[in-house]
Design a protein around this ligand. Sequence first.
Ligand code: SAH
Length: 235
Amino acid sequence: MKFDIFTIFPGMFHGPFDESIVRRAIDRGLLDLALHDIREHGIGRHRSVDDTPYGGGAGMVMAAPPLFDSVESVLGGELATTPVILMSPSGERFNQAIAHELAGLPRVALICGRYEGVDQRVRDHLVTRELSIGDYVLTGGELAAAVIVDVVARLLPGVIDAASLEEESFSAGLLEYPQYTRPATFRGWSVPDVLLSGHHAEIATWRRQRSVELTRERRPDLLGPDGEPPPERVG
Ligand code: SAH
């Protein structure tokens, strides 16, 4: 899968993508990340990408021409078939379901806004979807794009063990059960007996119950309208 990221700060992605799982996915050819500097299509001698807002008001707005030029020149003939996603606090809230959807696509373009945001014509005529990573305002879309790439990357086939994906938070509509590792007793705090018992069915039941309890307590919004958890998957 390929992500094309449009930004005026390509350097911001080096830290997060140079290590660990995302790095390995890139090295193994499972994920392709292309960073495109919008400023290469900036206007005039200063390669300007922003201007003052029509109608007045605080701050600057990212101008339409550099964004259109940059996205169109990179995507070319694939523009019509590639989702062009704007990072935006007023977008649809990103979640695990959207991540699965994106992980099934061959190519996705992400636009990182800066300043007060982008000219509305970019949203109306270039962008096909807007995504927000939460109800707060970042200084720019780069961290949001990095979050989306990170979440999608671990869902791509071969990136991490498929079994770890099945049981984790949100995948079954529930939060994940508590996890423990050695030592069995630490500062007098013991691991629940059932986990040391070796009884797979009892362990599965215990984990399911803890997941349901935790979800009821912390995220009742994830449960059905009747407060019931989603049916347990078998097999
Ligand atoms: N004035 C804008 C905020 C601009 S913040 C408003 O009130 O909506 C600058 C850029 O950061 C945005 O264009 C967007 O690309 C990015 N950004 C800020 N918060 C974000 C969030 N919660 N999710 C995704 N992108 C965000």
